[in-house]
Design a protein around this ligand. Sequence first.
Ligand SMILES: Cc1ncc(COP(=O)(O)O)c(C=O)c1O
Length: 392
Amino acid sequence: MAYNFDEIVDRENTNGIKWESVQDIYGASDLLPLWVADMDFRGPSPVMEALKQRAELGVFGYTERPDSLYEAIEGWVLRKHQWRIVKNWICWSPGVLPALTACIQTFTKPGDRIIIQPPVYPPFFKVVKDNGRELVTNPLRYVNDRYEIDFEDLTNKFRTTGAKMLILCSPHNPVGRVWTRDELSRIEAICTEFDALIISDEIHADLTYPSFQHIPMASLSAGAAERTIVCFAPSKTFNLAGLQSSYIVIPNKELRIAFNKTMARGHLSMSNTFAITASESAYRDGDEWLEQCLAYIRANIDYAAEFFALHIPEIKMINPEGTYLLWLDCSRLGLDTAGLRRFMVKEAKLALNEGVSFGTEGEGFMRLNAACRRATIEEALQRLLNAVKARR
Ligand SMILES: Cc1ncc(COP(=O)(O)O)c(C=O)c1O
């Protein structure tokens, strides 16, 4: 069926953070919300139908995960990422962040060093620090409007800090890189040299654009599978974040047992009844929706790229290879962090994510969520243009 992504879905009074927390977070209510990573679209019809049918049963007791859910996930990962996983590798978590927390608590000790690659998803900083571990950064390099991994620095950081864990963001939020096989192989080689674990956050795995193929870190080689924990979820792919569900693929038996023990100790092993229903349906029958959704978002991104190039050359959009997030280099506006925040809120009337929240490397940047109606993107860019023009 043809989905209509131009449909207006009224998100008022749904308690959705993206639209309803703008006043609390930005101190103004007349902003267009293009911040937190969820989509403004209704999800796949088969998922809605499955949820309605499940709701009609009216009984929502503790729920097991049926074999059909595992089969749907195994089929999806094979179809989308050419990786054959088996049922007993699949572990569960209410979300990717609880899984990252469990990995840190299970595989490192207080005071241990953990490497992340900023600018990166802000909670990566928090999960490390809140668990009493020490952050080590291996900043990405911004070269010719594209981000790259600094492998020399990564090697040095492992060598000089004794870190034993890397939290990888793949595809990368916010810079939109889909790491290539060569890049992942170099990460694997370095982590093997220093005997480090790789916690690979692949929540954006399914959101890639033509000519970019996501490669799960653990699918690279037998060696990578032994030292990698892959975090997947239906939440970004099918706009199901509110259902709180993720699955964690751990081929290494020892790591898997240890991870599951931590989850069990926290009583975090059960799944939400609706999450089970929605995940199975999405992974079995969601291909058509996702294909159309990605084409729609890609057209939003192309529209934005052209608009910036033609009308707002002061802002450079980093063309994403994956994710629906646009990383905007606003440094040519010549504003400091507070000035840029004020400009977006008070002059452009936009609620975006501030670049500095992704690390100091994000200074001068803003992140814009393009998973919205075309009309919303048009309106946002027009607001931005008017605000920039007023300053020219
Ligand atoms: C890279 C990354 N990891 C994790 C999350 C959040 O995951 P969860 O809601 O499953 O904890 C997000 C949400 O935006 C994300 O971008």
